[in-house]
Design a binder for this molecule. Structure first.
Ligand code: AGP
Length: 612
């Protein structure tokens, strides 16, 4: 993880780098740092601060350090505790070289002991510091061979930026695994983990290919592979905008994003509809291939995995395609059995999550069809998979995913219908009905928040914020939704939340029930499932536990059993989770708000997880 930014050009590196870091803070906010070259003394000046970027900005505010060449970093700690010594930039002996790094240098201990034996002194516990010491070979006559020398020593996945006081007109960018892109401006170049860092400054972007490096001066970018061959990398035009006023009057970005869901769903749906004629092409498929599709594998992490688990029901019930949903971090190292006519779909808001990306890369080497469902058009997954489908949630900034989740459900529900239509399992009329059902459900998602907003804010959130643990239950399509609710609560409130399939309660977890552990139960609109949910609710109440139930109109028995109920209008049974999404998120958000948690940037987390 971590966000890195580098600048070479005019004497403005501080403002460009700090602005870039602000936009990359979603990648980690354990500490931040900045270094630039003082062109009078030819020394590297640097400053670091623990905690969020604002601490670094405050430290730098009264310091007149700036220049034509600089690098910056926002950290998500992997190796070494959160401290100023472990913050980046990391420096070599005598502070000749400064490095910012995103990724993991797997053989750092070996390199470190070799360098220590040669007299190098290390000041941090990070794996990254070795790169700074290796960088000491950089001189004013630096060539690609010096960089090749450095990369040959390194194992792992990394994106690094190096600057040396001996080589004041060059910024070195190296990429293996972790993302890195170069924004080409007029007489200035900005390098960053993600093009958001320079959105608004330039839309001319050179995406550094995997296992390559660049020697960058003010006007020239030379790109080489790790064997030293020149690479002719095309310049892409990337039109992205950055919304600076992030909260727009809301107390937290997460709250704003919860309220953006209705519009995001509508935008995602109209994007899907617009694609109709070019859809299979964009997905890297053909109509024939879709008709022959025999199975699907959905791959993701966290919330995106939950969306996949819910969508499994869409694909199996609507287009009758057997579907398995795998956690990317587990799939990557499990045995692989090739199955004909299987489509592999990575689901990822960011399109950068290393676990998911590495699975897709592995699948690409096996020559099986891959696609990505993602929210970021400029992401690595879009570039590296056979095809892609976009959710149109707009920039999702809060670490806890909200609108990305609901739009993933929408896109996957729509896709399941589109495949069913292609296979002639449904008519165009059913396709249109699915579209309308999604729009109706989006209305319910938003209206239900408004309906319960005040009672949650004034009464329920303060009450539930007193509990130290919760149990979440769901069945069938409601089980992965309950997992998502439990994840959301633990992420932003740090309250211990455990989720079980409701039917499993009696097989063990029921022993956990007591007065201090509220049970949150999500009902179902499936006629076969609802009676079983009701029995599970009765089991909970028979043990005197406190029951909160998310139910649908007409489910009177369940309503009467529960200590607290949220009632929703009926929707298509497969859309029950989507209908409940907004209120579930708002209820969880409100609890975290009462507790005064850092909702948009919860402790220990980062928005985009770019290490395995
Ligand atoms: C969601 O609230 C989490 N922050 C996290 O689980 C996230 O969904 C996961 O890291 C996957 O991210 P992606 O969708 O960008 O791949």
């Amino acid at each position: 993880m971590c966000g890195i930014v580098g600048y070479i050009g005019n004497n403005l590196c501080k403002s460009y780098i700090l602005k870039g870091l602000e936009r990359l803070e979603y990648r980690g906010y354990d500490s931040a740092g900045f270094a630039c070259l003082d062109t009078d003394t030819y020394r590297i000046n640097h400053q670091k601060a623990e905690g969020q970027l604002i601490n670094l900005i405050n430290k730098l505010s009264d310091q007149a350090i700036d220049s034509h060449l600089g690098i910056g970093h926002t950290r998500w700690a992997t190796h070494g505790k959160i401290s100023e010594e472990n913050a980046h930039p990391q420096l070599s002996c005598h502070k000749k070289v400064a490095v910012v790094h995103n990724g993991i240098i797997e053989n750092h201990l070996d390199i470190r002991s070799n360098l220590e034996a040669k007299g190098h002194t290390f000041l941090s516990q990070t794996d990254s510091e070795v790169v700074a010491h290796l960088g000491e070979i950089i001189s004013n006559k630096t060539t690609k061979d010096d960089v090749i020398n450095i990369v040959t020593s390194l194992q792992g996945a990394y994106a690094c930026l190096l600057m040396s006081s001996d080589c004041p007109e060059t910024l070195i960018a190296i990429r293996k695994g972790s993302p890195l892109c170069i924004g080409l401006g007029h007489e200035q170049i900005i390098v960053a983990s993600d093009p958001f860092a320079f959105a608004g400054q330039t839309n001319q972007v050179l995406f550094l290919p995997d296992q390559s490096f660049a020697l960058i001066s003010k006007n020239i970018v030379e790109v080489y592979d790790f064997s030293g061959h020149t690479l002719d990398v095309p310049i892409s035009q990337v039109d992205i905008t950055w919304q600076d006023d992030e909260k727009l009057g809301y107390k937290h970005i997460m709250l704003k994003e919860i309220y953006e869901q209705k519009n995001a769903i509508q935008a995602t749906l109209s994007n899907c509809k617009q694609l109709d004629l070019t859809l299979w092409d964009q997905l890297g498929l053909t109509a024939q291939r879709v008709e022959n599709l025999r199975s699907l594998a959905l791959i993701g992490c966290g919330t995106s995995w939950h969306a996949g688990r819910i969508a499994q029901f869409f694909f199996e019930m609507i287009c009758k395609v057997p579907t398995r949903v795998v956690l990317a971090s587990e799939f990557r190292y499990a045995p692989f059995f090739h199955e004909e006519n299987t489509l592999y779909c990575g689901i990822s808001q960011s399109g950068e999550t290393a676990d998911t990306l590495e699975c897709l890369r592995l699948l690409n080497t096996l020559d099986v069809p891959t696609m990505a469902l993602t929210n970021v058009e400029s992401s690595t997954m879009v570039r590296e998979t056979g095809g892609f489908l976009l959710t149109k949630a707009g920039q999702e900034i809060a670490v806890a995913s909200t609108k990305a989740f609901s739009t993933q459900l929408v896109a996957l529900y729509w896709l399941a219908h589109r495949i069913a239509l292609q296979k002639k399992y449904i008519t165009m009329e059913s396709m249109d009905r699915a579209h309308d059902d999604l729009l109706i459900t989006a209305e319910i998602l938003e209206n239900s928040i408004e309906h319960y907003r005040i009672v949650i804010e004034e009464k329920l959130a303060p009450y539930y914020a007193q509990f130290k643990r919760f149990i979440f239950l769901g069945r069938h399509i409601g089980y992965p939704f309950a997992m998502e609710a439990a994840l959301k609560l633990k992420e932003i409130s740090y309250i211990f939340s455990q989720c079980y399939p409701a039917g499993e309660l009696k097989h063990g977890p029921i022993a956990l029930l007591d007065n201090d552990t509220p049970v949150i139960l999500f009902s179902s609109l499936d006629e076969r499932v609802y009676p079983k949910i009701l029995s599970n609710a009765q089991e909970v109440k028979a043990r005197n536990a406190h029951l909160v139930a998310f139910v649908f109109e007409g489910q009177d028995e369940l309503q009467q059993l529960a200590d607290c109920v949220f009632v929703f209008p009926k929707v298509h049974p497969l859309l029950a989770p989507l209908a409940m999404t907004g209120l579930m998120q708002y209820w969880v958000y409100s609890i975290a708000n009462v507790l005064g948690c850092a909702i948009d940037k919860p402790r220990n987390l980062a928005k985009s997880v770019t290490v395995e």
